[in-house]
Design a protein around this ligand. Sequence first.
Ligand code: GDP
Ligand code: MN
Length: 405
Amino acid sequence: MDLYEYQGKRLFAEAGIPVARSRLATSIAEAREVAREIGLPLVVKAQVLSGGRGKAGGVRMAADEMQLVAAARDILEMAIQGRRVAALLVEEAVAIERELYLAVTLDRHRRCPLLLFSTRGGMDIEEVAREEPQALLSAPIDPLTGVRDDQVERVVDAATAGVEGGDARALGESLTEVVRRVWELYRSKDATLVEINPLVVCASGQVLALDAKVSLDDNALYRHSGMEEWRGVEDERERRAAEAGVKYVSLDGDVGVLGNGAGLVMSTLDLIAGAGGRPANFCDVGGGARAQQVVAALAVVLSDTRVRAVLVNIFGGLTRGDEVARGLLDGLAAAGATLPVVVRLDGNQAEQGRALIAAAELANVAAAADVDDAVERVVAAVNGGVAVPGPAAHGGSAGPPGGLA
Ligand code: GDP
Ligand code: MN
């Protein structure tokens, strides 16, 4: 399980690894509250499970209230590497003197934890390893005895090279503490990664973990009370989908997509984009899906609150249209969903499926004539507030039009 930066930093604080003051915010109003509490300047940071936030514009300095509001608004609407920003970490801005890199990671090849350190912090560490391998110090850790004194010394030597007397001593002492505590956190939480990039030396000489990337071993989560709750919302959706035997992927628009087969789903996504719509996610129920799987898939798709309309595109081979229709109707009823749902059923038992949907007489559910018609309707529903139901071929129209903005 990968943790968000703010979660990692909570673990850091508990473990005695120094971090700047910060608070989580999920709205502009909350970000302003943090400003009242901590004061300006602040750094607004996207909470998203992907690296490279800085480069993507997901880390912004705010010197005053106006910049804070602008940064919060922009970043809350961002997606980085296809992942929607979940929240903001609003953190006290610090004056950085130097950026270091420190990590303990699992070396699966050598079957032991690995201590990594570099004075080239703040950069992509893979790049450092590639282009300047001598700038990356690595030392295997014996899991039974932990980080050794001589290993800590190598880190301190590298970090204090060129630093003068008293400053070098102070830096050496704080760095020694941080290295020991990072190892202890890694060990005690059954982590597979604890990475601080950058670990900064402030103008004041203080050492601070400015970023936190922590991964925990899923198989050891049961040993740590409260950690299960930290499973990301997306992870939770993926887990539920996997449990039901369907594939779920999160995107960043507002149309939920449910289909069968990777090829069909991908072409559906393309058609939606081509029509000016933006898929929020998709669930691929695969071949031969039963009603129960469709219910589960629909629940996963609908649990995403960004979803404003759903497109169901099924071409039945092994999958039977009537099974899909039953699953859809049950799933919609279970979720109490009233948002527009456009269904395209073709192939095996499609006629029966459409008949079931028509018989249900749901005002928000429409059967489409074909894929193009389905895409057009669903995009119109989210973009134009156009009513979804209407006359459709195959006698699939369900209920009166209207009420589907
Ligand atoms: P990442 O790009 O996802 O790894 O995000 P980071 O948390 O590492 O932030 C990226 C960069 O933003 C850091 O390397 C810093 O250079 C800069 N940064 C983050 N917080 C601060 C801060 O408080 N003060 C200053 N001056 N720079 C910061
Ligand atoms: Mn970083």
